[in-house]
Design a protein around this ligand. Structure first.
Ligand code: KG4
Ligand code: ZN
Length: 341
């Protein structure tokens, strides 16, 4: 079995996967409640929480899988990108376990964890990876489209400023919704209708023909409109709030599809036969429906990660280590890195 460890942000997660990629256990100790009073993740609190939860969680994972230390053949740990203090807890813990058990340690890029997550399965073995697929990684820290060939992701675009999940979170915070904002905006959007005249959020275009994302304009526009029209969870008109959320969410996704369409049309044939979405925002039901329709129109397979594998989890980290041909490293030479080129 492979033991996965993830501590890059605000979830401590430990997973055990069988050799065929089947998930035996995937435990997540979420710190959301601890960070909620601050409206975002406080790095120092995150590190301390990881320190408290990591080893008890490893013990529980072994119990739940009815496994013992000797069943662990390999360890995979998120080495970055992420909060450095948070990453260090996972990496140091994994190094200690690897050294003590005498099993190899594989450092994993958190983004590769997300990229491969749509191919993870709770029941039975993982779906085998296609030779090539397009991956949209949309989370609190990242917004990028990758062309993944032979398991190697090539970045096609990125955000120039805010990530899409971050935009959800910041606008939600401004109107008084609790952290994390994405699921809250989605909930209120469900009761509203799109009104572009009342809430104009244009899709930004760059003069230099770049297909990068940019979400800071929509963020600033949404905050300005919310202030002018008194859109707030406490005191404002609920119907206006719902319509605002529906239109704002739609604008974020409109930009996603604008870039996806442009990238798709620029890709020389033969094009990938599969498109996958990953990261926290991939849990959004409206987006899941939209991307499935996008694939149906073009005869392309769309892969959606199970919702529990959208946000940060250790199963995807162990799974990514299994996809990579990278040799397991000397445990004492694995380093946490907050940024990875
Ligand atoms: O992947 P993730 O757990 O952490 C990062 O690596 O960033 O993603 C968290 C992000 C948050 O910004 C959260 O608001 C967003 O994912 N999110 C959603 C939904 N669920 C989580 N955004 C929109 N709709 C959702 N249902
Ligand atoms: Zn993540």
């Amino acid at each position: 079995m492979i033991l996965g460890i993830e501590t890059s942000c605000d979830e401590t997660s430990v997973a055990l996967l069988d050799g065929d990629g089947a998930v035996r256990v995937n435990l997540i100790a979420s710190q959301i409640e601890r960070h909620r009073p601050f409206g975002g993740v406080v790095p120092e609190i995150a590190s301390r929480e990881h320190l408290q939860h990591l080893f008890p969680l490893v013990g529980r994972a072994l119990d739940d899988a009815r496994a013992s230390w000797s069943d662990i053949d390999r360890i995979a740990v998120t080495a970055g990108p992420g909060l450095i203090g948070a990453l260090l807890v996972g990496v140091a813990g994994a190094q200690g376990l690897s050294y003590a058990l005498g099993v190899p340690l594989t450092p994993v890029n958190h983004l590769e964890g997300h990229i491969f997550s749509p191919y993870l399965q709770r029941e039975g073995a993982a779906i085998s990876l296609p030779d090539r697929f397009l991956s949209l990684v949309i989370s609190g820290g990242h917004s990028s489209i990758y062309d993944v060939k032979g398991g190697r992701p090539v970045m096609l675009n990125r955000t120039r400023d805010d990530a899409i999940g971050e935009t959800f979170d910041k606008v939600a915070k401004f109107i008084g919704l609790p952290y994390p904002g994405g699921p809250q905006i989605e909930k209120h959007a469900g009761a509203g209708s799109i009104d572009r005249r009342r809430f104009p959020f244009p899709v930004p275009q760059f003069k230099d023909d770049s297909l990068d994302f940019s979400y800071s304009g929509i963020k600033a526009g949404a905050i300005r409109i919310a202030r002018q029209q008194n859109i707030r969870i406490d005191g404002g008109d609920p119907k206006t709030l719902a319509d605002f959320c529906a239109t704002f969410q739609d604008a974020l996704f409109a930009q996603l599809f604008d870039r996806l369409n442009a990238i798709w049309s620029r890709l020389p044939p033969p094009r990938p036969t599969e498109v996958a979405i990953a990261g926290g925002v991939a849990a959004n039901g409206t987006l899941r429906e939209k991307i499935q329709a996008w694939g149906r129109d073009r005869g392309i397979i769309v892969r959606l990660p199970e919702k529990r594998y959208c946000t940060d989890n250790a199963a995807m980290i162990a799974f990514a280590a299994m996809q990579s041909s990278a040799e397991a490293a000397d445990p004492l030479r694995v380093h946490a890195r907050s940024r990875i080129a």
